[in-house]
Ligand binder design. Structure first.
Ligand code: ADE
Length: 226
């Protein structure tokens, strides 16, 4: 899987030099390129913003630098993704679908956004990570890339995806580590019983309880499988 990220702020992607994503890049499982949109500006001052037709507060990103930047990496089978608050709401299902592409191109918007014709020209997938507005597309791009890469074979250890939140329509059960008593609170006895059937039963019930408390919307109309 190859991912090209087009941004005016390449330094924002420093977190990709850490941990699992960094290891997957070094192992050659994934390749992530950060491309500075400004390098494609044909303006003599490398300007990358412009006024919106029809007026309104704020500027848009200029069309030409983004168009040329996308063209420089686009090939047959590439999928262009544009994180935006007006996109379709992102979830694990979308992450899994995106993980099946061999090449993704992310456009990080800034200012008031990008010219709509770019979405049309590249048939870009518009994705929102939630009902709130961030100051730019870098953080949503990082969230989307991080979450989809977990579904690319070889990035995580085998089995890591099996019991995590959303994998079975529920949130994950609570976890505990040492010490057995911390600040007067004890680890549930069943977890130190060594009885795997009882542990599995407890986890299922705890998972349901957590989902009821924090995400009752996930339970609506859903039949929970044993
Ligand atoms: N850009 C700004 N806000 C966003 C959001 N909520 N989702 C995706 N991209 C965005």
């Amino acid at each position: 899987m190859k991912i090209d990220i087009l941004t005016l702020f390449p330094e924002s992607f420093a977190p990709f030099k850490e941990s699992i994503i960094s290891r997957a890049q070094k192992a050659g499982t994934i390749e992530i390129n950060i491309i500075n949109i400004r390098d494609f500006s044909r303006d003599k001052h490398k300007k990358c913003d412009d006024y919106p037709f029809g007026g309104g507060a704020g500027m848009l990103m200029s069309v030409q630098p983004i168009f040329d930047a996308v063209k420089s990496v686009l090939k047959e089978g590439s999928k262009v993704v544009f994180p935006t608050p007006v996109g379709k709401l992102y979830n694990n299902k979308t992450a899994q679908k995106l993980a099946e592409f061999s090449h993704l191109i992310f456009i990080c918007g800034h200012y008031e956004g990008i010219d709509e014709r770019l979405v049309e020209l590249f048939d870009a997938e518009e994705i929102s990570i939630g009902d709130y507005v961030l100051t730019g597309g870098e953080i949503p791009t990082m969230a989307i890339v991080d979450s989809l890469l977990r579904f690319v074979p070889g990035v995580l250890k085998e089995g890591s995806l099996n019991e995590e939140s959303f994998s079975n329509g529920l949130l994950e059960y609570p976890q505990y580590t040492r010490p057995q008593i911390f600040e007067g609170l004890e680890v549930p006895q069943v977890l130190i019983s060594g009885n795997h059937a009882e542990i599995a039963k407890w986890r299922k019930a705890a998972s349901l309880e957590k989902t009821k408390k924090n995400r009752p919307d996930l339970l609506k109309g859903e039949k929970i499988e044993d």
